[in-house]
Design a protein around this ligand. Structure first.
Ligand code: PHE
Length: 369
């Protein structure tokens, strides 16, 4: 009647499962890293309240990359080899995820990006990177969403592009926007560039002003975007701007001081979304942190949730086993949508278009793929 030998105990791996987070906790894009970290921490504390994973506690170890790709690579290596994390969350920025991706693959350690939309993050040439995943849509879709919106909803024809050329995300987005906009009969009358960290954009704006476009497409991150809008107003330019998710952080409004009113951007999340999942998340997050979650708090929460779900389903706590579970993520309900990982390790999700009104984001539309 006594059962035979009990199953062999799991290898002694301690009583904690570590999740690593690589994020811009300081530097130019600090708002991205901080919001993401808060979102991820919330998901992890909820999981610990439900007895953790496989009977172990879950903990987050965050390393700051200061917004630099080289530092993101160093942080990823350190988390894998010294801290023995089971999975990596990060990075938000495509340029930094691109620096981490080969490290994840070489170490057979899954990483999941919260916000990187550049297709190359999960795909190296025509080969899907085995250990790299994301919880957001990709740029070919995001660029198309705004090109269509500008052409078909706003019915504008002449557009100038001003993009951050030091940023893989902005370069990609500009290209996809341009292709679709031209296909829809629109005209790109001028292309100008800047680099993140710069503060004076008057030369580029003066050139654009001379061409009098209907709108300026401005893919970049919130810091430069807000300064550019202010300088455009100082030059007497009245045109609206349009851009992508890189705009979407609270300091955008603090710096722009109204200069972006009447402009539009595509993103992944709106606090005005009435769905119970979103409203529950907003309530929990506000209670924990005392402020309303930004898009990257939602995506950070979702990335951690997907990682936790894969850890729970993984047969063993090894990179290859967790990777396999992550690859099988299907209809997983998250705050920013339902996630099914496709062959290129991307989910298929909707995009939202927001406008800026009285220096605040305002929901305009949801665009399905
Ligand atoms: N999509 C941006 C990138 O790839 C990152 C980002 C996502 C920024 C979401 C803000 C909000 O670099």
């Amino acid at each position: 009647k006594v059962s035979s030998a009990a199953p062999a105990p799991a290898p002694a791996a301690g009583d904690t499962i570590w999740i690593g987070h690589v994020g811009s906790m300081s530097g130019n894009d600090a708002a991205f890293g901080q919001a993401t970290d808060n979102g991820a921490k919330l998901a992890i504390s909820e999981q610990n309240a439900k007895n953790g994973i496989k009977g172990k506690k879950v903990a987050l170890k965050t390393l700051d990359d200061q917004g630099k790709p080289e530092e993101a690579a160093v942080a990823a290596s350190r988390l894998i080899t010294q801290d023995h994390v089971s999975v990596l969350i990060g990075e938000v920025a495509s340029s930094r995820s691109l620096a981490m991706a080969p490290i994840a693959d070489q170490n057979l350690l899954p990483m999941i990006s919260e916000g990187s939309t550049n297709p190359r993050v999960t795909k190296d040439g025509d080969k899907t990177r085995p250990y790299v995943f994301r919880v957001c849509y990709i740029e070919p879709f995001q660029g198309t969403v705004m090109a269509k919106f500008v052409r078909e909803n706003l019915k504008l024809t002449k557009v100038a592009i001003l993009r951050d050329v030091g940023n893989d995300y902005a370069v990609g987005l500009a290209q996809y926007f341009k292709t679709t906009f031209q296909k829809l009969g629109g005209e790109i009358i001028l292309e100008q560039s800047f680099k993140s960290g710069e503060t004076d954009f008057k030369a580029q704006l003066t050139a654009i002003k001379g061409k009098n476009p209907d709108l300026i497409y401005l893919p970049g991150y919130y810091g430069e975007v807000a300064l550019i809008a202010r300088q455009a107003r100082e030059l007497g330019m009245k045109q609206p701007f349009a851009g992508g998710d890189g705009w979407d952080a609270a300091p955008l409004y603090q710096i722009a001081k109204g200069a972006l009113d009447g402009s539009y951007f595509s993103t992944h999340f709106s606090t005005e979304d009435p769905s119970p999942v979103v409203q529950d998340f907003i309530a929990k997050y506000s209670k924990t942190y005392g402020n309303t979650p930004e898009v990257l708090a939602a995506l950070g929460y979702d990335a951690a949730k997907v990682a936790i779900d894969a850890l729970e389903r993984a047969k063993e706590l090894t990179g290859p086993s967790i990777r396999e579970a992550m690859e099988q993520t299907k209809d997983f309900k998250t705050v920013t949508g339902s996630i099914t990982i496709d062959a290129d390790h991307n989910p298929v999700k909707s995009s939202m278009v927001l406008t800026v009104k009285e220096n605040k984001p305002k929901y305009v539309a949801t665009v399905d793929p």
